[in-house]
Design a protein. Structure first.
Lengths: 156, 661
């Protein structure tokens, strides 16, 4: 406890806010990366599919956005001199979107990359690939909400 | 609104009238041709009739040629079109006519010829470029490339990897024959390009001596003159090819005036292909045609007159119940329910003889969509987009129903936005705040942020209503089909449990003193469970009679639990969309915290636009998908029987031109 006191609640809160932004960001970066690679492969064969490939690529980009939203809300909540307990509360509230965002972002990226296959082979059915991607999105939304409601519930 | 009643049509017609009859049928667009041959199998007539043949494969080639030609024109001479423009309209008579088709086909073939020439030129050009490349090291050699030596001497060109120094190679040569010599023509990082001169009779020995150094003879066969001359020739040829290519492109561009003719021709061939496909399903003798198919019952009168005119013999019969799986399904829709076609088509059409879910689903789908988006600003954008698209593109069929869906979803989103006080999130409040106002923002009936628990319960109650609607449908269906006991013991039992549950909850929440109500509630639940168990045991057989009650209770309980909880996504999406919008507004307004300056104003507008565009696009899609899931999984699970085969009548299908109604 003494050790935590030397760090201080504010620093713990900052750590939480940072985790939300960067871990969810990693998820989106990996996700859009995986989808982007697949997309570039397709566009090299058929440049006219660029628009649709890009839409599929940006779908896993939302997790980073959600992480950023929570970072923003958490950062606004922090006050210098807050207790260690309060700092840990903020840290805890940030974890759902940090971890959920990262993992769902990567998973969604893989679905998006596979959907680019649909776009290549059955261009008329590409919207179905989009639907498959959005299914993964729901769990990122739930993580966002869990983090949001917890942050909202903390009174500093 | 329901599934359109179909009738089976059997028709005999005179062969001479085949073409005219088919043309009339395609204009009416209400007869689906079945495989007549299959229907005749086993009958006495089968021995006398044979399948009709058509020119389908020839037409397909023609269509490909025309479409290819149009694409060529679009590549080389792109036509500037407005972003949103409707396809041109023409009368169906014009589409059924084939004057000018031959001319258009000739134009298309010429265009294809130019394209083939351009492709060949491209191949030739890359060959010449590689020749020029391979000549590069030999430019300083002023011997002709086909020079093989004099009477007594041999001259051989080739390359040696650079890791062997030239001195070592020369020494090795001299060791074999002092008179021989090797000249370095050109030095590169990887190789020495060399000329070996030696006595003819020593050539074989020389080659043996050079083998350890990895000597490879050059591959400049078939060229006359020095390397420089060859290169100049190749460059000359390249220039000629480029000029020829440019000419071909010009010819293609000149033909762009025929674009509309080609489009018309492509659609005419499209129509002919539909006719040919129908023709191949017919059977006939030398003088008579036999046809089997399906027609919607409500157009029977109109077709009767047509068949009368052509002197046909025909009968129409209603399908037997065992034929239902083969009956094509057409949904009868009005302007409101037709917006659900996209959803039903994406899932699967209802089986013939079951219920059309569109009218039941439409109000729920639109309500849920609005609840999930719940923003006046986003709603307005959707309404505007739908109206503009409907006016400018003049969409047909699928696109039209999509536009309608967008319109109704937009209206619902707007209304729900008004109830929750959302206009691009909390934009009015934030903008007022930028100018120093402390106005609390738009009024709201309920807000997903402040009343999230109530919204969650509300979503689940809506879910209960939705699921029960599905069960009512199933109950009515079973009742009609005579399974009255089953309907009471399954759907009925669940309702009894629901009523018991409501009594119990109302006692606990409202009438805490009425202990009697508590017992009544428990009793009603007990009755419902008993009914459910009897129902489960009734349909099970053998040892299943023992296990059925347990699995039944487990399935009903987990099924309901999961189904109802699933509606919490309504609240989740409503809240998520709102929160993300609010955060963007706050970030956009940050630079204006100490008063609005021109710079901070511009930053606000840019961040606001980008942020809301992102959030809007994401929600537009996300809400649709989750609404779809609630309908297809939870709602349809209660009653829907899928597996209908879509009704595909012989009708005018086009790509570039809309047939006039």
């Amino acid at each position: 406890m003494d050790f935590l006191n030397t760090i201080g609640g504010y620093a713990l809160g900052i750590l939480g806010a940072g985790l939300a932004a960067f871990m969810a960001g990693i998820g989106s970066a990996k996700g859009t990366g995986i989808a982007g690679e697949a997309g570039a492969g397709l566009v090299s064969e058929d440049p006219s599919k660029f628009g649709k490939a890009m839409i599929l690529q940006v779908i896993p980009g939302t997790q980073g956005l959600y992480g950023f939203v929570i970072w923003f809300l958490a950062f606004n909540k922090l006050v210098p001199g807050m207790t260690v307990a309060q700092g840990l509360q903020v840290l805890g509230a940030c974890l759902p979107i940090a971890i959920g965002g990262m993992i769902s972002g990567i998973a969604q990226g893989k679905v998006a990359a596979a959907s680019i296959n649909i776009l290549a082979k059955k261009p008329d059915d590409w919207s179905k690939g989009m639907i498959l991607c959005i299914t993964v999105e729901f769990y990122a939304i739930l993580s966002l909400l869990a983090s949001f409601m917890m942050l909202n519930g903390i009174s500093l | 609104m329901a599934i359109v009643q179909m009738k089976k049509l059997r028709l005999l017609a005179v062969r001479d009238s085949k073409e005219e009859l088919l043309k009339e049928l395609i204009r009416h667009g209400c007869v689906e041709f079945a495989e007549t041959e299959d229907a005749l199998t086993g009958s006495e007539a089968a021995a006398f009739v044979h399948r009709e043949s058509s020119e389908l494969s020839k037409l397909k080639t023609q269509h490909q040629t025309l479409v290819h030609a149009i694409n060529l024109l679009d590549t080389y001479a792109p036509k500037k079109t407005k972003l949103l423009s409707a396809k041109p309209e023409l009368e169906d008579r014009v589409l059924l006519d084939d004057t000018g088709l031959a001319g258009a086909l000739r134009t298309a073939e010429t265009l294809e010829g130019y394209d083939a020439r351009i492709k060949r030129i491209g191949a030739e050009e890359s060959r010449l470029r590689s020749v020029i490349e391979s000549l590069q090291p030999w430019l300083s050699l002023d011997l002709p490339l086909n020079f093989e030596g004099t009477e007594r001497c041999s001259a051989v060109t080739g390359s040696i990897p650079a890791r062997f120094p030239m001195e070592t190679v020369s020494a090795a040569i001299e060791a074999v024959d002092e008179e021989a010599e090797i000249f370095s023509v050109h030095e590169e990082k990887k190789a020495h390009y060399v000329l070996l001169v030696c006595m003819r009779e020593k050539l074989a020995e020389m080659q043996d001596a050079l083998r350890p150094f990895g000597f490879t003879a050059s591959a400049l066969t078939g060229m006359t003159g020095t390397a420089r001359e060859c290169q100049l020739n190749a460059e000359q040829e390249l220039k000629q090819l480029a000029a020829e290519k440019e000419n071909c492109v010009h010819y293609i561009i000149d033909d762009a005036v025929h674009r509309d003719e080609l489009k018309l021709a492509a659609d005419r061939v499209n129509v002919k292909m539909s006719l040919a496909e129908a023709e191949e399903r017919l059977c006939g003798t030398d003088s008579v045609l036999v046809m089997e198919g399906w027609i919607p019952a409500y157009r029977e009168q109109e077709l009767n007159q047509l068949f009368e005119r052509f002197g046909c013999a025909w009968e129409t019969v209603e399908p037997e119940e065992d034929e239902y799986p083969r009956v094509p399904v057409k949904l009868e829709n009005n302007k409101f329910t037709d917006s659900m076609n996209m959803v039903t088509n994406m899932y699967s059409l209802p089986a013939y003889g079951s219920v059309d879910a569109n009218p039941l689903m439409a109000p729920f789908f639109i309500l849920f969509y609005g609840l999930m988006m719940a923003d006046m600003g986003y709603g307005l954008i959707m309404i505007l987009a739908a109206l503009v698209a409907m006016k400018k593109i003049k969409p047909k069929a699928g696109t039209l129903s999509f536009c309608r869906l967008l319109l109704y979803g937009g209206i619902s989103t707007f209304v729900m936005g008004a109830l929750t006080g959302g206009f691009f999130g909390d934009a009015p409040k934030v903008i007022a705040g930028m100018f120093g106002s402390t106005w609390p923002g738009l009024p709201h009936l309920f807000s997903p942020v402040e009343n999230s628990t109530q919204v969650l319960y509300g979503a689940m109650v809506l879910g209960m209503i939705h699921l029960n609607t599905g069960m009512v449908v199933n109950f009515v269906q079973r009742w009609k089909h005579g399974d009255k006991l089953g309907a009471i013991l399954e759907e009925g039992a669940q309702w009894v449990i629901l009523v018991g549950g409501l009594l119990l909850i109302s006692q606990m929440m409202l009438f805490k003193e009425a202990a009697m109500l508590h017992n009544i509630g428990l009793g009603v639940i007990g009755l419902g469970v008993a009914m459910l168990l009897i129902g489960a045991m009734r349909s099970a057989t053998g040892i299943g009679k023992l296990t059925a009650p347990f699995s039944c209770i487990y399935n009903t309980l987990t099924g309901w639990f999961g189904d109802v909880l699933s509606y919490s996504r309504i609240m989740a999406l409503m809240l998520a969309g709102g929160v993300v919008a609010q955060v963007f507004n706050t970030i956009a307004a940050m630079p204006s915290a100490n008063g609005v300056t021109p710079v901070s104003g511009i930053i606000f507008i840019v961040v606001f636009l980008i942020g809301h565009a992102l959030n809007f696009a994401l929600n537009l899609l996300g809400c649709f998908v989750h609404d779809l899931r609630l309908q297809c999984l939870e709602f349809f699970g209660k009653f829907y029987k899928d597996g209908g085969k879509p009704f595909e009548p012989l009708r005018i299908r086009t790509q570039y031109i809309n047939p006039q109604e």
